[in-house]
Design a protein around this ligand. Structure first.
Ligand code: NAD
Length: 349
């Protein structure tokens, strides 16, 4: 097989750094473009240490069209995996312009550069937040899109743009059409089992798992559990947690799938990447206590506006068309989070 070069935007971040490990181990050349707005280049040093392989790194903002174009000329990637983006829902409500500029305009620039260099294979980090409010708890890809905050809408807008691009090419360029996988992540947690790379949030974490880990290590005093009166078995919210290694393996499967029947026609397809089952906040806390032997100090707080009681993925399509499903357990997710957190109490700093 010819060696392929994959350009990874946002490759220094949490999910991107884990993807770099899997891509290098699968034999791809890796080129990272990251502006380090939410990451530390130490992650990439560790990726190289871990794999014994080197990658190319450019500290560049994807909105810088000329610099991005120069990288395409020099590195000649054939595929792009696009993680670069801002991801905090609360911040997106306070600063919508920042989110649309970074996530939507950034993707426009990236795809313009890709098109100009005839690089037309793209894996995009979408999110389960694109789904609208529904009475269903299990989300399939055909549910209506209807994100309820600027972050989610930025992902939904990018999905629309990418679908339009692929559709236009079906007529204009049937010989070399776009092939685009929109991967809708549920709740990625965990870390590489080596404990060398993991999630290193700036400031106070927005997500449950890094918050629990920082309470366990003593960096944060107490966890707030938002709502214990939801119609779930223990009253707390249920989410579909997925190990970051399972998640990034889905990206490799998507790249391989670009050569199979689902993509030969020139296509843009959405796939849920989730486990297909959920865990409640209290189940996560209990498992964390069991695995680490630490007591998690938590209090029950009022529900947060916009939070849903329960949702989880229907991951059937990814199984059928990408040959992908999760392999790791909740125990793995918790143990690997703790391994990373306890070995790196200050993250990469
Ligand atoms: N972590 C989650 O829970 C989650 C869930 C669903 C979707 N996603 C999406 O997955 C992607 C990766 O998420 P993550 O958790 O690894 O986040 P992250 O913040 O750790 O990684 C994103 C990376 O992109 C970089 N970046 C941001 N804007 C950039 C720009 N304009 N130019 C170049 N680099 C830029 C950041 O510096 C960072 O290294 C994001 O697009 C996010 O929206 C994440």
């Amino acid at each position: 097989m010819a060696i392929h070069t994959v350009l990874v935007t946002g490759g220094a971040g949490y999910i991107g750094s884990h993807a770099c490990v899997e891509l290098l181990e699968a034999g791809f050349n890796v080129v990272v473009v990251d502006n380090l707005s939410n990451s530390n280049p130490e992650s990439l040093a560790r990726v190289q240490k871990l794999t014994g392989k080197s990658l190319a790194f450019y500290e560049v903002d994807i909105r810088d069209k000329q610099s991005l174009s120069d990288i395409f000329v020099k590195e000649m990637p054939d595929t792009v995996v696009h993680f670069a983006g801002l991801k905090a829902v609360g911040e997106s409500c306070e600063q919508p312009h920042l989110y649309y500029h970074n996530n939507v305009f950034g993707t426009l620039v990236l795809t313009e550069v890709m098109q100009a260099h005839q690089v037309k294979q793209l894996v995009f980090s979408s999110s389960a937040t694109v789904y609208g409010i529904t009475d269903k708890t299990q989300y399939s890809e055909d549910l209506p899109i209807g994100a309820i905050n600027p972050y989610g809408r930025s992902k939904a807008m990018v999905e629309d743009i990418l679908r339009d691009l692929a559709e236009a090419d079906k007529i204009a360029k049937p010989d070399k059409p776009w092939k685009i996988a929109l991967l809708r992540y549920f709740n990625p947690i965990g870390a590489h089992e080596s404990g060398l790379i993991g999630e290193d949030p700036n400031g106070t974490p927005n997500n449950l798992m890094p918050y629990v880990a920082q309470v366990a290590i003593g960096k944060l005093p107490q966890l707030s559990v938002f709502g214990d009166d939801y119609p779930t078995h223990d009253g707390t919210g249920i989410r579909d947690y997925i190990h970051v290694i399972d998640l990034v393996k889905g990206h490799i499967k998507a790249i391989h799938a670009f050569n199979n029947a689902h993509f030969v026609e020139g296509n843009c397809k959405a796939y849920n990447l989730g486990a297909g089952r959920g865990y409640s906040v209290l189940e996560i806390i209990k498992k964390f206590e069991e695995v680490t032997g630490k007591t998690i100090n938590y209090k029950i707080a009022p529900r947060r506006p916009g939070d849903l009681a329960e949702y989880f993925a229907n991951p059937e399509l990814a199984l059928q068309e990408l040959n992908w499903k999760v392999e790791k357990t909740l125990h793995d997710m918790v143990a690997d989070t703790w391994n990373w957190q306890s070995k790196n109490p200050q993250g990469y700093r």
